[in-house]
Design a binder for this molecule. Structure first.
Ligand code: ADP
Ligand code: MG
Length: 273
């Protein structure tokens, strides 16, 4: 068993623009969060909105600073990385967002979007990158003609496929997937999760999968941590957690999962939902 990511004692309190003066009055967004992810596995982080999942994800992807704690990627201190090692870490850890293009220029073509990381990291020549975009689009189930179109010309599921191609373009080890299917219809969710499963097998990827939806996490993740108010309140192998939840909060979350067919026991081989 090889540990790819080891998160230890993470803390983060947002100061809400008023600096240290009010810091002590704001509850921490992330409080003493620790977990490890085995290489090639899918680790789920679940919890209600506001529980600190995205903050944890943004610290792991270096989009946000932590107040304290450490994050080791293959044994290397990710939070302390600077210069060249920061660039390498940024390449190894890629993020997929709920809406992959919310913060990006809507005039960029799919090719430009998928190429951006390769350009930043100096991967290949211009024509290598163009070829690679076509390969990536095909790998995520899109036609190569998508390359010259704009993101708004695609459906939600197709946009998420483009977001995944964009993340994969720099050949990362870890994908941090922050609610990647939460905005999609149930049938499309299943397609994207199947795609992620296939890509993981093909590429040996490791996933940190964030969701507020326990039904999805149960089917998709091998190990799960439950977050509440910035803290991990329970962590276990997925089958164990769903069969025998220890924490009251986990039981409450589980009780809220809709059961698709009441004659079936949960944990049976159901389609998504
Ligand atoms: P989740 O992803 O589980 O919904 P978040 O990590 O987004 O949780 O939020 C955790 C807490 O931190 C919430 O109370 C949220 O309001 C706060 N928070 C998140 N981002 C910021 C920010 N950029 N500035 C201030 N507070 C934030
Ligand atoms: Mg979030």
């Amino acid at each position: 068993m090889t540990i790819l990511l080891k998160v230890d004692g993470l803390h983060k309190t947002y100061s809400h623009g008023l600096g240290r003066l009010v810091r002590h009055k704001v509850p921490p967004a992330v409080h003493n969060v620790s977990f490890s992810i085995e290489a090639g596995s899918t680790f789920g982080l679940v919890g209600e909105s506001g529980s600190g999942k995205s903050s944890t994800a943004r610290i792991v992807t270096r989009l946000e600073h932590a107040d304290s704690g450490s994050v080791l990627l293959n044994g290397e201190d990710l939070l302390a990385a600077r210069g060249k090692s920061l660039l390498r870490v940024r390449r190894q850890v890629q993020m997929v967002f709920q809406d992959p293009f919310a913060s990006l220029d809507p005039r960029w073509t799919v090719e430009q979007l998928v190429c951006e990381g390769m350009r930043i990291h100096g991967i290949g020549t211009r024509s290598d990158r163009k070829d690679r975009v076509i390969t990536l689009l095909e790998q995520v189930g899109l036609d190569s003609s998508a390359a010259n179109r704009l993101p708004h010309q695609f459906s939600g599921g197709q946009r998420q496929r483009i977001g995944i191609a964009r993340a994969l373009a720099v050949d990362p080890d870890l994908l941090v997937l922050d609610e990647p299917v939460s905005a999609l219809d149930v049938s499309i969710q299943a397609q994207i999760l199947n795609l992620l499963t296939d890509l993981q097998k093909q590429r040996g990827l490791t996933y940190l999968f964030i969701s507020h939806d326990l039904a999805i996490v149960e089917r998709f993740c091998s190990e799960v941590a439950v977050m509440k108010n910035g803290e991990i309140v329970e962590q276990a192998a997925a089958d164990e957690l769903f069969r025998n939840p220890q924490h009251e909060y986990t039981r409450t979350l589980l009780a809220a999962i809709p059961i698709p067919d009441p004659t079936l026991r949960r944990g049976n081989d159901l389609a998504l939902y």
